[in-house]
Design a binder for this molecule. Structure first.
Ligand code: SF4
Length: 440
């Protein structure tokens, strides 16, 4: 964060660390030590002076009456919501003592750090915490609640490759938005879509729901939920049949093309259109336009993975730019997550450390907390940046597990969540506007 004192009100330059691809540059005005306004910076190439309403009103969260102000210890039975105020020293001493006892009796793997990363930069998630829990020998947690299929598919196909930057969409001649809604969830793409449209780009959206007006896009295919895979395979089959594939690019850079083409042969355009309940002519039009345009780009969202065969559908969609040789020109290729665009080598900061204890899938927390077969059993949870009592699947088992008398639970959060209500120790966390952070 940088401070600027040229006007009466100090302005703090900072960056939004939310789990959002836009990474907005922010200007925060402070009056009498309190946030007076939060705005997007005008001089940032993608923020361009506007931000979402969630962060523009973030001061309401910072100063909300429900914020936790001090550490607390459970003073009644679990779930009674009776807590007493304690000091940070008391809280940290008790956590250290209980973790030490559990590690001595059951081994470090009986401790599970459980977390997600919604509103945190580098310091708040998978950095110092990893180092700490690795030293403790705690169980590792597999982050699977969101984006697990898409991340697996993208990394297996392309490695941690950055996608097409938002600014480059202005140069595309064909833009296919598949399972994403940039008008709501990555709003800084929208101006570049408008720019591309003005320059004559063809913009198509594949989404069961209509989110764009006729003026904004050229084609909307309202596919039946879960039918993305047949639609993608039909497009691929069409290109293969018409000899539109970039054989030179595929020979130089791709493996596994034949099994994909074999799967695609089962889906002629008319059959896929019927399956997806869309117009056959529209699907054919999109298929031809995408192949014939350059640069052409797919903005692939996370809507697709939330369905049966979601991972397979993503694999077919992400294969499209390779099949047609769309990479290598400005505005051509695909965009999904850009989290791999920068890499920080933790070992250079902390030295080499190994953390190869058992890995537990976070989506199965309920099963792990209630299964008598888990060895060692989970005896302590340190929960931060998430609220599994509400967000983890199999809520009945999760709640049953969190109610266990022999489980020691610490929750580190900004407010008293449903999970915190069942904790032994609750620690108050800062928001991103109350701490220093590093955002990559
Ligand atoms: S659009 Fe909102 S959530 Fe996304 S980076 Fe900008 S301010 Fe943050």
């Amino acid at each position: 964060m940088g401070h600027e004192m040229s006007s009466a009100m100090p302005k703090i330059q900072t960056t939004c660390p939310m789990d959002c691809p836009d990474t907005c540059a922010l200007e925060v005005e402070v009056r009498d030590g309190q946030i007076a306004s939060i705005r997007g910076r005008n001089d940032h190439p993608t923020t361009r002076g506007f931000i979402c309403s969630k962060v523009a009103r973030f001061s309401q969260r910072v100063y909300h009456a429900s914020r936790l102000q001090y550490p607390m210890r459970r003073s009644g039975s679990r779930g009674s919501e009776q807590f007493e105020r304690i000091s940070w020293d008391e809280a940290l001493r008790e956590i250290a003592r209980r973790f030490g006892e559990i590690r001595d009796q059951w081994g470090g793997e009986a401790i599970l750090p459980y977390h997600y990363g919604g509103s945190n930069g580098l310091l708040g998630d998978e950095f110092l915490d990893d180092y700490f829990f690795a030293r403790l020998g705690a169980s590792r947690m597999e982050k699977t609640l969101c984006a697990a299929p898409s991340t697996t598919v993208a990394v297996e196909m392309y490695g941690k490759m950055p996608g097409v930057a938002f600014e480059d969409y202005a140069h595309a001649r064909c833009i296919l938005i598949w399972g994403a809604n940039p008008k709501v969830s990555h709003i800084h793409l929208a101006p570049f879509l408008r720019q591309a449209k003005k320059r004559g780009a063809f913009i198509a959206v594949i989404d069961p729901k209509r989110n764009f007006s006729d003026n904004e896009i050229d084609l909307h295919l309202p596919v039946w939920p879960g039918s993305d895979l047949p639609v993608a395979l039909a497009m691929i089959h069409y290109w293969a049949e018409k000899d539109m594939l970039d054989e030179a690019f595929l020979a130089a850079h791709a493996v596994g093309v034949e099994p994909l083409l074999a799967a695609a042969r089962a889906w002629p355009i008319e059959k896929a259109a019927q399956e997806a309940r869309i117009s056959e002519a529209s699907l054919r039009h999109l298929t031809e336009t995408f192949a014939q345009s350059s640069p052409a780009v797919v903005r692939c969202g996370w809507g697709t993975e939330r369905n049966r065969n979601g991972g397979q559908a993503l694999a077919a969609i992400l294969a499209m730019p390779a099949l047609l040789g769309k990479f290598g020109v400005r505005g051509g290729g695909y965009t999904m997550s850009n989290s791999g665009a920068t890499h920080i080598d933790h070992h250079k900061i902390f030295g080499h450390f190994h953390w190869n204890t058992r890995a537990l899938n976070m989506s199965q927390l309920g099963r792990f907390l209630t299964s008598p077969a888990l060895d060692p059993p989970i005896k302590a949870l340190f929960i931060y940046n998430c609220n599994p009592a509400v967000t983890a699947p199999n809520q009945t088992a999760v709640l049953q597990g969190l109610m266990r008398d022999d489980l020691f639970t610490v929750v580190f959060d900004q407010v008293m969540t449903d999970t915190a209500r069942l904790a032994d120790i609750v620690l108050p966390a800062t928001t991103f506007l109350e701490q220093y952070e590093i955002k990559k």
